[in-house]
Ligand binder design. Structure first.
Ligand code: ZN
Length: 288
């Protein structure tokens, strides 16, 4: 099952066509894209029964973030060996977690404003929580994941790495539009091996990142279990699972996103996002 947000309405997508969830369910579901994650099993049932004969073609210009208002966004740093190495840091012994604030979420084909000249890309697989997870074991964790989507953990490196330890990860990665996700949330059963998905990222045509998620140091199940020991993970919460090597900050010379760039972010089965950028109209101010 593929869930999209088509012009603000929850949609079931199949082969480029979509059905409005509220209409297809005769009002059993509302149109709110956030409402589907707590009732994921019911939605899977609906998806098995619906008739796609009269489905409308998906209009890409209408696609918004499939999870537009997550209550919590967790992100994981240094979760691929080669990325830890390019960052000059050791692998953490437990997952290294930071937050991205929910107001930074944007859709799969939006234009993102660059607040500075040091904005970097971080291609990531994103896990979307379905049934609430609280103190679950890793062996049970996948049952609490509704599906997977593609994300970019866009990062303003100067702010992220400024200040005393432990730095400003949450702010540097939460400018408006810095958490693009999409184009669809794909349910876990659609993947032959949900722990082994190829993801790849391209900046203005050049491949800058590629990995398989089987290379994650802490896989999705361990991340869900680890976080859920501390607090409940709620339906629609996002976990950005970490970026592979190849980020612009780790390159020599460094390669940041400019206003003329197009960033393409791909995952097998899920699909691709495409982002354009604009220079800031008004430089972001912050205390020095
Ligand atoms: Zn990241």
């Amino acid at each position: 099952m593929r869930i999209i947000n088509h012009g603000g309405r929850a949609g079931l997508e199949r082969a480029g066509h979509w059905l409005d969830v509220e209409i297809a369910s005769d009002g059993w579901f509302t149109s709110d894209p956030m409402a589907v994650y707590a009732r994921w099993d019911e939605l899977l049932e609906l998806a098995r029964e619906v008739d796609f004969t009269d489905a409308e073609p998906v209009d890409e210009a209408q696609l918004l973030a499939p999870v537009p208002r997550p209550r919590q966004i967790f992100a994981v740093g240094l979760n691929y060996r080669a990325h830890a190495a390019e960052s000059g840091l050791d692998l953490p012994k437990a997952p290294f977690i930071f937050t991205k604030f929910p107001a930074s979420v944007t859709g799969p084909y939006s234009t993102v404003e660059l607040p500075t000249k040091t904005v970097d890309f971080e291609l990531e697989l994103v896990a979307v929580i379905g049934a609430q997870a609280y103190r679950v074991e890793a062996a049970d964790a996948w049952r609490h994941v509704a599906g997977l989507t593609v994300g970019q953990d866009l990062s303003e490196r100067e702010l992220q790495l400024s200040g005393p330890a432990p730095q400003q990860f949450g702010l540097g990665k939460s400018y408006a539009g810095f958490s693009p996700i999409g184009p669809a949330v794909v349910s876990v059963d659609e993947f032959d091996y949900p722990d082994d998905i190829e993801i790849s990222g391209f900046l203005s045509g050049e491949e800058v990142q590629r990995t398989r998620t089987s290379d994650l140091v802490f896989p999705v199940s361990e991340l869900v279990s680890y976080l859920s020991q501390i607090l409940p993970l709620l339906p629609g919460d996002l976990i950005f699972t970490g970026t592979p090597s190849g980020v612009g900050w780790g390159r020599r010379p460094q390669r940041y996103i400019g206003p003329d760039d197009e960033l393409v972010s791909r995952a097998e089965v899920i699909g691709e996002m495409r982002h354009r950028f604009t220079a800031t109209a008004k430089a972001a101010r912050r205390p020095r």
